[in-house]
Design a protein around this ligand. Structure first.
Ligand code: UDP
Length: 237
């Protein structure tokens, strides 16, 4: 766990947006992992995902407030949340301005179709080089197509850790590109699922909104958060 916090991004959303803009301009390859406590707990049980979280190739950003608070308890000056949804919105703006290219993999077909339509209407500058829903069997074959298309940004929405494991498997085949596992972001960005009202986000209660609106998450949320807090307390000594 300490290894994850040693490399967590501390500087906040605006600075991270600048990092991504710079990477896009320089065509530098980047692999971003958006972390909440559950994500980091999966790393404790899954050795492949643990290796990816620790890797020099990946940047971990604090998506959930639990990660921000834990970092602060460990005296790591993490400023604020850097959420997957907001990163993706920023990337859409950058790609739109510079006529950059994008590939979308994941989510249900109807969700993805809605997102594609929204992109075409609202970000006409983006060159969408391809998209594929997340329920096709052979996702490696999809990556063969993505490698050929050489997009500036590749967003993979399959849930944690499947999305990161898939990106990792193919990452070395690319010379450029920003790769992010974005979980349920396509559901939100397509307008299918609502993000929490602004007041919840402002009060850092987005997690509460999510478990109340999706009760099936409660058990997973509770188990991983209780364990997470106990690990962080022990680390703090
Ligand atoms: N998903 C998918 N294929 C699968 C399983 C899930 O495309 O085989 C999609 C699902 O439709 C949703 C996203 O992956 O859009 C997972 O969202 P969730 O909010 O559960 O992600 P997490 O909490 O893991 O970030």
């Amino acid at each position: 766990m300490q290894a994850y916090f040693d490399k967590i991004y501390t500087e906040g959303f605006l600075a991270f947006s600048d990092v991504l803009k710079d990477k896009l301009e320089k065509q530098e390859k980047t692999f971003v992992i958006t972390a909440n406590p559950e994500t980091l707990m999966i790393g404790q049980d899954n050795s492949e995902f643990d290796r990816i979280l620790r890797s020099d190739k990946t940047v971990i950003v604090p998506d959930g407030i639990g990660v921000v608070k834990a970092a602060n308890m460990l005296h790591i000056p993490v400023k604020e949340r850097v959420t997957g949804v907001e990163i993706v919105q920023k990337l859409f703006e950058f790609l739109n301005e510079r006529k950059g290219s994008l590939y979308l993999l994941g989510a249900k077909k109807e969700v993805l179709d809605k997102l594609v339509e929204r992109l075409r209407n609202e970000y006409p500058g983006i060159v969408l080089v391809g998209h594929c829903d997340g329920y096709v069997k052979d996702k490696d074959a999809v990556f063969d197509k993505i490698v050929e298309a050489k997009p500036d940004v590749v967003l993979v929405a399959l849930g944690i850790p499947a999305q990161e494991l898939l990106i990792d498997k193919h990452y070395d085949r690319f010379e450029k590109g920003i790769f992010i596992g974005v979980g349920g972001s396509f559901d939100v960005l397509s307008g299918t699922k609502k993000r929490a009202p602004k007041i919840f986000i402002k009060l850092n209660l987005e997690w509460l909104y999510r478990i109340v609106t999706e009760p099936k998450r409660i058990k997973r949320f509770y188990v991983s958060n209780v364990k997470f807090i106990s690990i962080i307390r022990k680390m703090r000594g």
